[in-house]
Design a protein around this ligand. Structure first.
Ligand SMILES: Nc1nc2c(ncn2[C@@H]2O[C@H](COP(=O)(O)OP(=O)(O)OP(=O)(O)O)[C@@H](O)[C@H]2O)c(=O)[nH]1
Length: 828
């Protein structure tokens, strides 16, 4: 190896020789040796500054660095090694940089790919929604067009106003469309936000949805969307208040039914009620005013249903004259008690009804048909003669055509005769006067006629226009004439009815029969009542299960003026109620329900008690006048009414009888409860208490009294009521004392020195001063002394001193009566 072989020696200088490429080696003993160092150059991939041309001095200089800066003790070889290491490190760095760059690039590409993927999905979803929307819009447009076409077809000549309205329609429709646009915007934004949130995160759903694009929609979401699309297709905006309905509103309505009629959700209605301060459940009934408030709140129109609307189904048409056929007259027999009403009726129909009656009084209104010898049919109402039946008689006069006023020739005009005249006149019913008991020796028919004059009843014999017939129910005298008079009167009246229509009847009597249920005696006023007919009667309804005529025979139908007993009612109606036949059971039930509610409202408004609690509260509230409260239960409505009427007549300003409750049927525990709370006795008229009521009454000491004759009842109650004017005060004489001496004591006055002759003298007791058995003074004692001591009591045989409070006129020989008073409550 030489310097000239083209290989450049390492730039390491020996410390001695200055020849480059030679290394001076030192050995022991001072020996040295110059060694040529030959370095094999390796090709290294290094940055440019390192790649210098061989032999280039400028380039050679930096290689190995500035020798002056080289750390001491570093050999060329070491330097070279370090240099190599440095170069290698640089090369590695460069490699890593390249690798990083490549990786970065790959990542950027991946990001770009994902972004593109997401964008593609978004685009796809948007397109899908737009397609759906477009389809819904298209459907809606088509439906609207169809509807318009139909409307146009239905209205061949649209008015200018309609045209205007149609022109205005798009303007009105604009807001929902704007709203749609806004919704769309909002939806788009929401989607974007959602996607941003999801970006970079591949969920299972995304992965699964993959190819189809977009996330999986929930069922609810799908349903919502379908609903939106459907509503759009129907041309409805998404807000619900658009449809205004006419809501039929009766007097009271159940909450759920109200919701139903408004087509609103029940929960919403309940909420609305709550917001108005009414806590009602869906099964509760609310009144019309409250319901109206709610209906208006929901934006609907109220259509009030009136009573006549519900009852419209009842046939009210006027009969054509040619349909009218003659009917029997309805005759009521009125008159004073015992003037012979029942006897006359009996004589006419040759049946002796009066024998079966308790106490000989006609208790119930009955109706009978009789055929005269001349072939005429007459319908008789047998109205009772007792004053208590006044109200029923008044009703009786409403359905009657002719009144027979029975006046006993031996008794002449009596108070109830006058009442009967008043009722007949008020009802505008013609009268026929039957002067009865003409067979009696003291009969004075002319006196009767004259008495009638005072009451403006001018009979034919007195040149008036009221027919009068002298009769004897006992002998039958004058009865044919009486029937003739009736027939004549009937002819004058020209009584007609149409038998070929739905029946209308009046209830004469109604009762709750143990075996047959509610039974009503009705008098057909118009039409024909048939078995199976559905009817409404007052607040009750029913279906004619069976009918019985006045002879107790089953009949299938009953025409005008025929009295029948009807079975098949769902409740007991009241005397005077009108029966109307309707077409369906639903109608009958609806009308009855309506009437019940109306009656309840009316009672509530009038302050009448409706529930037992209310009844009790009311009974306790009114204490201004002394009252005898009673509870009345009777076998039939008529009797109950009659008793109430009679009870109301008893009493004056200070005391009165108060009927807490009156009803038909057995005495029940409820009645006992009411009676107990009000400290009232129970009157049972031809009814008895049931077992449990009897037990409760015994336990609670509630008095139950049974009657079968109204007279007895009235007398008893009268006695009790008069006893109530004030409590009975009973005096008990406890002693007598004789005055032996009179002392004058300063500041005290006259003091009587007495001896108790009988009983005891008591300080707290009342005293009377008797002089020759006449009461001179009544008062109290100021002092009672035994010797010098004040005592409370001095017994018989002892002496004592007595002085009267504020009374001094006492004399020797006077007698002092000593008594106590006790208030005794009277009971029925
Ligand atoms: N002598 C005689 N007595 C008669 C006649 N009519 C009725 N009586 C008697 O009078 C009494 C009363 O007769 P009713 O027919 O029960 O009298 P009423 O008016 O129906 O009586 P009430 O049902 O209680 O209202 C009976 O004792 C009959 O016998 C008559 O024409 N002559």
């Amino acid at each position: 190896m030489s310097d000239n072989d083209g290989k450049k020696p390492l730039g390491v200088r020996g410390s001695g020789s200055g020849r480059p490429g030679q290394v001076k080696q030192s050995f022991s003993h001072g020996r040295t040796k110059n060694v040529v160092v030959e370095t094999k150059r390796k090709r290294v991939v290094a940055p440019k500054p390192v790649a210098a041309k061989p032999g280039d001095a400028a380039a050679a200089a930096p290689r190995g660095g500035d020798p002056r800066k080289r750390p001491a003790g570093i050999t060329d070889a070491e330097l070279d090694r370090r240099m190599k290491a440095l170069a290698a490190a640089r090369a590695r760095e460069a490699d890593e940089a390249i690798q990083r760059e490549a990786e970065e690039k790959a990542r950027a590409e991946e990001r770009e790919r994902r972004r593109a993927e997401i964008e593609a999905k978004e685009r796809e979803e948007r397109e899908r929604e737009e397609a759906l929307k477009a389809k819904a819009d298209e459907d809606a447009r088509r439906l609207r067009e169809e509807q318009e076409a139909r409307t146009r077809a239905a209205e061949p000549q649209p008015s200018p106003a309609d045209a205007q309205a149609r022109e205005q329609k798009p303007a009105k429709a604009a807001p929902p469309r704007e709203r749609d646009a806004r919704d769309k915007d909002r939806n788009a934004k929401t989607t974007k936000v959602d996607d941003k949130r999801r970006a970079g995160k591949l969920t299972v759903n995304q992965a699964l949805a993959g190819g189809e694009g977009g996330r999986q929609r929930s069922m609810a979401s799908m349903r919502r969307q379908q609903e939106r699309a459907r509503k759009k297709a129907m041309g409805q905006p998404q807000e619900r208040e658009k449809v205004r309905r006419d809501v039929q509103l009766p007097e009271a309505i159940v909450v759920s039914e109200l919701a139903n009629r408004m087509a609103e959700r029940v929960a919403d209605v309940v909420k609305a009620l709550m917001q108005n301060g009414i806590m009602a459940t869906q099964t509760q009934t609310i009144d019309a005013d409250t319901a109206e408030l709610i209906i208006e709140e929901f934006g609907h129109r109220v259509v009030r249903v009136s009573a006549s609307d519900v009852e419209d189904v009842i046939q009210q048409t006027e009969d054509a004259p040619e349909d009218l056929k003659p009917r029997a007259p309805v005759i009521a027999i009125m008159g004073h008690v015992d003037h012979g009403k029942t006897s006359i009726l009996d004589a006419i129909r040759k049946a002796r009804v009066s024998h079966g009656e308790a106490g000989g009084i006609t208790q119930h209104i009955g109706a009978y048909q009789v055929e005269t010898e001349g072939g005429a049919t007459l319908t008789f109402l047998d109205t009772p003669g007792h004053a208590a039946f006044t109200s029923m008689r008044a009703r009786g006069a409403q359905v009657t055509d002719i009144v027979i006023l029975v006046v006993a020739a031996d008794d002449s005009v009596m108070p109830q005769t006058v009442e009967a005249i008043a009722h007949a006149k008020a009802a505008g019913v013609p009268m026929i006067v039957a002067i009865n008991k003409i067979d009696k020796h003291d009969a004075d028919p002319d006196k009767t006629r004259t008495s009638l004059l005072q009451h403006e009843v001018i009979v034919e014999k007195m040149s008036g226009d009221v027919q009068d017939v002298e009769v004897s129910a006992l002998t039958g005298q004058g009865l044919p004439e009486l029937l003739e008079a009736i027939a004549l009167q009937s002819e004058i009246l020209e009584l007609r009815a149409n038998p070929d229509r739905q029946a209308q009847a009046a209830v004469i009597e109604a009762k709750l029969d143990v075996g047959r249920g509610p039974v009503a005696t009705v008098l057909i006023q118009n039409g024909t009542l048939r078995q199976g007919d559905i009817f409404v009667v007052g607040e009750q309804w029913g279906k004619v299960r069976a009918m019985e005529n006045d002879r107790g025979e089953r009949v299938k139908e009953a025409g005008p003026s025929v009295p029948v007993e009807v079975l098949g009612l769902n409740g007991t109606p009241e005397a005077g109620d009108v029966l109307n036949v309707v077409s369906t059971e639903a109608q009958a039930r609806e009308i009855a329900e309506y009437r019940q509610n109306a009656a309840r409202d009316k009672r509530a408004a009038a302050g009448a008690a409706t529930t037992l609690e209310q009844m009790m509260a009311k009974a306790k509230a009114d204490q201004s006048v002394a009252e005898l409260p009673i509870v009345v239960k009777a076998d039939v409505q008529g009797s109950a009414e009659a008793i109430v009427q009679a009870m109301e007549k008893i009493g004056n300003d200070e005391v009165r009888v108060r009927v807490l409750h009156s009803g038909v049927g057995a005495i029940t525990e409820t009645d006992v409860g009411l009676a107990e709370a009000s400290n009232a006795p129970i009157i049972g008229f031809n009814v008895r208490a049931n077992a449990s009521a009897r037990a409760t009454a015994n336990q609670k000491s509630v008095e139950i009294r049974y009657y079968s004759i109204i007279y007895d009842l009235v007398d008893d109650v009268k006695a009790a009521a008069s006893g109530l004017l004030s409590n009975e005060v009973r005096e008990h004489f406890i002693g007598y004392a004789q005055i032996k001496e009179v002392f004058k004591v300063t500041k005290v006055g006259n003091v009587a020195g007495c001896i108790v002759t009988e009983g005891v003298a008591r300080r707290s007791a009342g005293v009377r001063l008797l002089r020759d058995d006449v009461v001179i003074h009544e008062g109290t004692l100021k002092t009672l002394k035994r010797f010098k001591d004040e005592v409370n009591e001095v017994i018989s045989g002892q002496e004592c001193g007595m002085a009267f409070e504020r009374y001094d006129d006492i004399r020797v020989g006077d007698v002092i009566e000593i008594f106590t008073r006790e208030e005794v409550e009277r009971s029925l």
